[in-house]
Ligand binder design. Structure first.
Ligand SMILES: Cc1cc2nc3c(=O)[nH]c(=O)nc-3n(C[C@H](O)[C@H](O)[C@H](O)COP(=O)(O)OP(=O)(O)OC[C@H]3O[C@@H](n4cnc5c(N)ncnc54)[C@H](O)[C@@H]3O)c2cc1C
Length: 498
């Protein structure tokens, strides 16, 4: 009989783990607290439009890209609908009144920046060459066999700001090259350069968006799982995990139902997982560490449905910063001046034409601004919360309108999500966008290993390796590789599409 694996959480990590397990002849059983599968891939409907919750733009589907390889291996590539962003400006950055484009492809990236900063042309090339080399030396990100899960070298661990400044002399350019730090919760003095390198290279290689929303990706994976004999249980919040003699004996859902399997994978935040397991088999020091590690910051999201034929579809992400000092500091705002920056993204629909149907505006925000309502739940947070949320939403609309003067007039419907919305829908810790914060000095404390002291419990998801549509599937490969007994066997199989 097939070995069974209960997966707690049907997000990106849970779905990829389940698909990989199916291919190895295991029977995955996903328990998802939400009524819809997907986690970060989940899209929700409002005013007749599908809006993204946690994946706005992606990459890795270009020729030899890691996600192209992975989806090909799962026989799902033809189910994924993608729109590549503008080659000569997949990201447009506006700082005050100055604008810069980020181009797809390494040479294109160098060429575009060298035009604006001709005296730095050679430095830009050196910078990007070293950045690519850092990525090339991390085997997992190239789907190459790994000799150790602690695969990071010292070069990859210096603070990102120090790394950029080592190669680039122009102070403006030093800041511009950090434009994408909100995509990884970056801090100039703390984030190890390998994270910046991976995210930067990943998007330069092939920035794109899922057409019609990411839900179709989750649905394609769910169909594969069911087709191959797995199970998906929705509205099944796991609230208790029973352990005996260093092994999980069963998991218990909120509705009282109980489930047993040979193995268990947790795709939820490790700190939240600790609240579900009460056993002395997990040492106090390990629990404390998982509880006390800092998480990345949160965000405030404004969702807009546009009036027909009003606001252009932008085939790029638009980053705005008030000034150069804000690039590393969007999180250090004063509420009176909020927001000091934003990212505007229009999502492509099927048969996307000249005009956008919808957009999301993403502004980095501290959880503490909403903390006074942390003991409330969706839809029942009270008038004071609603009014504060509206105030923030209006501030953001005003800011976007300064940059795009027809933005406000183009809005048909608008609503928003606070850090508490993110916390409660995605069950993320304190509304954190990307899980544990990675700090170069303490990096080995934030590297959570998939194996646990409970023999049949394994961890996956964004906290194991790296967040996002690249990091989380790679975590799933490691987790499943450990369960089947050979990580490199699985990596080689995916790489060679066997
Ligand atoms: C607003 C926002 C925007 C983002 N934008 C991007 C982007 O554009 N590109 C990108 O690559 N990344 C982006 N990310 C990051 C990305 O969404 C995450 O890194 C990714 O979703 C993490 O995957 P995961 O499997 O670890 O967790 P998730 O995908 O969140 O899955 C965890 C799942 O567990 C379920 N769950 C939790 N507790 C329980 C329980 N007790 N019982 C049962 N089920 C439970 C949850 O409902 C959820 O479905 C964004 C994140 C946020 C919040």
């Amino acid at each position: 009989m097939n070995k069974t694996v209960i997966i707690i959480g049907g997000g990106i990590g849970g779905l990829f783990s389940a698909c990989l397990l199916c291919k190895e002849g295991y029977k995955p059983i996903i328990m998802e607290q939400h009524g819809k599968i997907g986690g970060g891939l989940h899209c929700f409907e409002r005013y007749g439009e599908l809006f993204e919750s946690g994946i706005h733009f992606v990459s890795g589907f270009e020729e030899k890209g890691p996600l192209r390889k992975l989806f090909s291996y799962l026989n799902l590539l033809d189910k994924i609908h993608l729109k590549t962003l503008d080659k000569h400006g997949f990201d447009i950055i506006q700082i005050g009144s100055e604008k810069f484009n980020i181009g797809i492809g390494k040479e294109n990236f160098i060429r575009i920046f060298s035009k604006s900063f001709p005296e730095e042309s050679q430095h830009i090339r050196e910078y990007i060459d070293v950045l690519y080399t850092i990525c090339d030396h991390i085997p997992l990100f190239n789907l190459q066999p790994i000799s150790d899960v602690n695969y990071l070298t010292e070069d990859a661990l210096i603070p990102v700001g120090q790394f950029i400044n080592k190669y680039i002399k122009d102070e403006k350019l030093q800041k511009i090259l950090a434009w994408n730090n909100p995509l990884y919760g970056g801090n100039e003095e703390q984030t190890p350069v390998y994270i910046h390198a991976i995210i930067t290279k990943f998007y330069i290689e092939g920035a794109s968006r899922f057409i019609g929303g990411s839900q179709h990706v989750a649905d394609a994976m769910a169909t594969m799982i069911i087709h191959m004999g797995g199970e998906i249980h929705l509205n099944k919040e796991i609230v208790n995990i029973e352990v005996d003699n260093k092994k999980i004996t069963k998991v218990i859902a909120k509705d009282g139902s109980e489930y047993k399997a040979d193995y268990y994978i947790s795709d939820i935040h490790p700190s939240l997982l600790m609240d579900l397991i009460h056993t002395e088999n997990i040492q106090k020091a390990y629990r404390e560490r998982l509880k006390q590690l800092k998480n990345t910051y949160s965000s405030f999201l404004v969702y807009v449905k546009f009036k027909p034929n009003h606001f252009p579809y932008l085939n790029h992400n638009y980053y705005y910063y008030n000034n150069y000092d804000m690039i590393w500091n969007t999180i250090n705002y004063h509420l009176d001046d909020f927001p000091s920056g934003f990212i505007l993204m229009t999502s492509p629909s099927k048969n996307q034409g000249k005009y956008a149907n919808k957009a999301i505006v993403h502004c980095i925000m501290r959880y503490e601004n909403f903390q006074q309502w942390e003991n409330t739940y969706i839809g029942k947070r009270g008038l004071a919360y609603e009014s504060f949320k509206k105030e923030i939403e209006n501030k953001i609309i005003d800011k976007v309108n300064e940059v795009f003067p027809n933005f406000e007039a183009s809005i048909d419907k608008v609503f928003s999500g606070s850090p508490l919305t993110i916390r409660d829908y995605l069950r993320s810790k304190d509304g954190s966008l990307y899980g544990y914060k990675k700090i170069y000095e303490t990096i080995f404390q934030t590297r959570i290993l998939p194996r646990t002291k409970i023999e049949n419990l394994f961890l996956t998801g964004q906290n194991i390796n790296l967040h996002g549509i690249l990091g989380v599937p790679l975590s799933a490969i490691i987790t499943v590789g450990i369960i089947i007994g050979d990580v490199n066997y699985l990596i080689n199989k995916i790489n060679n599409n066997q």
